[in-house]
Design a protein around this ligand. Structure first.
Ligand code: FAD
Length: 423
């Protein structure tokens, strides 16, 4: 019997591009390539053994959804609290790296990079899967296993574009030692599905670190920014979406020039124009299946920070103790906070993730389209404003897909700013 494969997932716009299906294919028949600004898997039909009943790629796929709450119960143990938005959790913190350079040049407060360096230096891990930009193509990300402090720092900061962790499970399977995997919530879901299928893999993983994630943007989003700011992509020598301080700047180095554009200025221009369709179904803002999740914290007194600061949600008691050890050994600054403080700083994103994603799932289901399935109860009643937001996002995405319509984005943003100013 022919079973569903990731072809079905791609056809229904459900692929997150996480990359895990490439590693689970026993035939090596799956490879990722760029399509419409996204990283998408393709099956080599000549060697695929789907006709023999294999559909491991589909079973492993995070794009079709998963039981986030049910699986969390089997992974995380101990005295955990439960929260509608963050799932099971042990503690919530605010903190930052005590190394000024790491704190200043990372995405938020450099906690991911600094904690990895601590774990590496103390011998708790042999390496970590992280993502950097390619040397010969500085806006194109590549994920790899970092085994030194220098390599970890090469991967610092957020990549607001598609990232696939393909090929790295196979690499870890061939290595000895213990590793951390750093990724987005959808990457972590894919890895969790993989270890459910191959429990031995878990023995090599000390933990999964997730960034919070409101949504990625397709590579077209970055191209739009370059065209808006009149930056010649071919002249870029180094690139970062976030550098130089709290929230920071998109920083572009060309020969003889450093261009810095405030994160708050450029990111809000992107709105939903370049969001992949799959991200509109996502309900996992915090990375509920990660052992530790890391994000910004822009609320209350934390808004005054100028150098860099993180919020953190821990779910694994061993890693929670190691965070405290890293604090006691002066690698990081860490203070316990209420989870509600983090929710406050993520209010807009959380509302999108649960309300608009829930509405999107509901409408697409009614239209007979395949959507991801989760074991979390989503809202069922929506207001007129929700429907308007849903339609606005649909229109924005259609504009973002067509380069010749990109001038409309500038017009939209000017009108949006004007209305905001007047109201
Ligand atoms: C697409 C995206 C959306 C986000 N949305 C939010 C949000 O809505 N709210 C919020 O508070 N925070 C969000 N974050 C998280 C935030 O931007 C920081 O990544 C997080 O706070 C960690 O900061 P840090 O200084 O500790 O990390 P750093 O020390 O700078 O390290 C970041 C680590 O994450 C890895 N990484 C970066 N981007 C990716 C990627 N795309 N895929 C896989 N690995 C990656 C890097 O390789 C590096 O190891 C988002 C991040 C991303 C990538």
């Amino acid at each position: 019997m022919i079973k569903k494969t990731i072809e079905n997932v791609v056809k229904n716009d459900l692929c997150t591009g996480c990359g895990v299906c490439e590693d689970v294919c026993p035939q090596g028949a799956i490879h990722f390539s760029l399509q419409d600004g996204l990283s998408i898997p393709k099956i080599d039909k000549a060697i695929c053994i789907n006709h023999k009943g294999c559909n491991r790629c589909y079973q492993i796929c995070s794009g079709v959804g998963m039981n986030l709450r049910g699986i969390a119960k089997t992974i995380f143990t101990g005295n955990l609290k439960s929260d509608y938005y963050a799932g099971s959790y042990q503690n919530a913190y605010a903190g930052f790296s005590n190394n000024y350079d790491i704190r200043f040049h990372s995405a938020s407060g450099g906690m991911i990079s600094q904690f990895l360096i601590f774990l590496l230096e103390k011998g708790f891990i042999n390496g970590a899967i992280i993502t950097k930009f390619r040397e010969n193509s500085p806006t194109s990300p590549i994920s790899f296993i970092a085994t030194t402090e220098e390599e970890i720092m090469n991967g610092k900061s957020s990549k607001y574009c598609p990232v696939s962790l393909n090929g790295l499970i196979s690499e870890i399977n061939m290595l000895k030692g213990k590793y951390i995997v750093v990724g987005l919530p959808c990457h972590i879901q894919g890895f969790r599905k993989y270890e459910l299928m191959y429990p031995k893999f878990r023995e090599k993983i000390v933990g999964y670190f997730s960034t919070y994630c409101s949504s990625i943007r397709t590579f077209n989003g970055t191209d739009y920014l370059f065209s808006h700011y009149k930056i010649d992509k071919t002249k870029i020598l180094s690139f970062s979406y976030r550098d130089d301080g709290c929230m920071g700047y998109m920083k572009i180095t060309t020969e003889g020039e450093i261009i810095k554009i405030p994160y708050r200025e450029y990111f809000q221009m992107l709105k939903s124009f370049f969001k992949p369709k799959r991200c509109l179904y996502c309900i996992d803002h915090y990375g509920d299946l990660a052992d530790v999740s890391f994000g910004d914290i822009q609320t209350g007194r934390y808004r005054k920070d100028k150098i860099g600061i993180n919020s953190i949600i821990s779910r694994n008691s061993k890693l929670d103790k190691l965070l405290i050890q890293a604090k006691n050994e002066n690698f990081i600054d860490l203070e316990k906070i209420e989870l509600s403080t983090i929710h406050k700083s993520q209010r807009a994103m959380l509302s999108h993730k649960r309300r608009i994603s829930g509405l999107n799932i509901q409408i697409e289901k009614r239209l007979g389209n395949e959507t991801p399935n989760y074991d979390i109860q989503l809202q069922t009643n929506y207001s007129l404003i929700d429907y308007i937001a849903y339609l606005t996002i649909k229109v924005q995405r259609q504009i973002g897909k067509r380069r010749y319509l990109w001038p409309l984005i500038d017009v939209y943003n000017v009108l949006f700013a004007l209305i905001k100013y007047l109201s």
